[in-house]
Design a protein around this ligand. Sequence first.
Ligand SMILES: [Zn+2]
Length: 148
Amino acid sequence: MKTIIFTLAIALLFSCTKENVLPIPKQVETEYLAFLYHAENYGVKLKSHKLKGFILSGKFAHRPNYQAYYSHHDKIIYVDTTSIAYVFNKECLLFHELGHALLRRSHNEALLENGESASVMNELLPKSYLQNKEYYLDELFTKLDKSY
Ligand SMILES: [Zn+2]
């Protein structure tokens, strides 16, 4: 009997982890849907299985310098909702992390002639993202790695 219960427990555990997708939190739903919309407009097929969800929190105790990050290990985007980037450049911050998760983009530290970050995928998020959004969206959705 114990073996049966154990087997059932294992089966249940696996079936749960397989469908362990977190609901999109309301606070980031607009940006998430906008990302999907732009991807479709650019004709980019997203790696949706690479994202299980978002976890919003305050400062990360184990990563105090991070405003947000994507964990390849658990396929979750962690966002510090008290960070300056979240408060003032939220879409850009989330698009950066979604770029890692769904476009498999890595960092691009290139700068424009005026010293501004040339990509949403720069670790220093572009301050002029909203003013030059068309340029940044073009860059984000068309400069995919060859392996994509
Ligand atoms: Zn990054």
